[in-house]
Design a protein around this ligand. Structure first.
Ligand SMILES: [Zn+2]
Length: 150
């Protein structure tokens, strides 16, 4: 079972963000169509070692740069290029909105894939429409063993 929703990308090195957390949460809300809870989740900016420990079982080359673990904390690597930081944080805000929508069964593998696909779609719209970027992210292959997607 895939319990955590993670984002795998290659980080670029820089140290700030372009937009406020509220702006990014608002964009995630507008682009996804979900209802925004009254209080934003805490955002913890952590380094590679901390992210590795948190989601990669301390594997040395942890490829994860953002994580939402179905609570009110979003983790994001603190050494990201500003545009990447913002679209990753927006992606994690989508997971936060999905979680609070109650629309998905968190223990259902198919729901996990649908959630991830939706977050990628919103992130790609943000990159194209707000950041005016040319990057298009493709969801890595995810399957639920021997079960068709439904
Ligand atoms: Zn995700």
């Amino acid at each position: 079972m895939i319990k955590f929703l993670l984002l795998f990308l290659f980080p670029l090195i820089a140290f700030s963000q372009n937009y406020s957390n509220q702006y990014l949460a608002d964009q995630a809300t507008i682009l996804s169509g979900y209802t925004q809870p009254a209080t934003l989740p805490e955002v913890r900016e952590i380094d590679l070692a901390a992210m590795s420990k948190l989601v990669c079982h301390a594997r040395v080359q942890c490829p994860v740069i953002g994580a939402y673990l179905d609570a009110d904390v979003i983790y994001i690597r603190k050494d990201l290029d500003p545009n990447l930081h913002d679209n990753i944080l927006l992606h994690e805000y989508v997971h936060w909105l999905q979680h609070h929508s109650g629309k998905f069964d968190l223990n259902n593998c198919n729901d996990t894939i649908i959630r991830e696909r939706e977050a990628y779609q919103v992130q790609n719209r943000y990159i194209a429409e707000v950041q005016h970027g040319f990057q298009f992210l493709i969801l890595p292959p995810m399957t639920c063993e021997n079960r068709p997607l439904g």
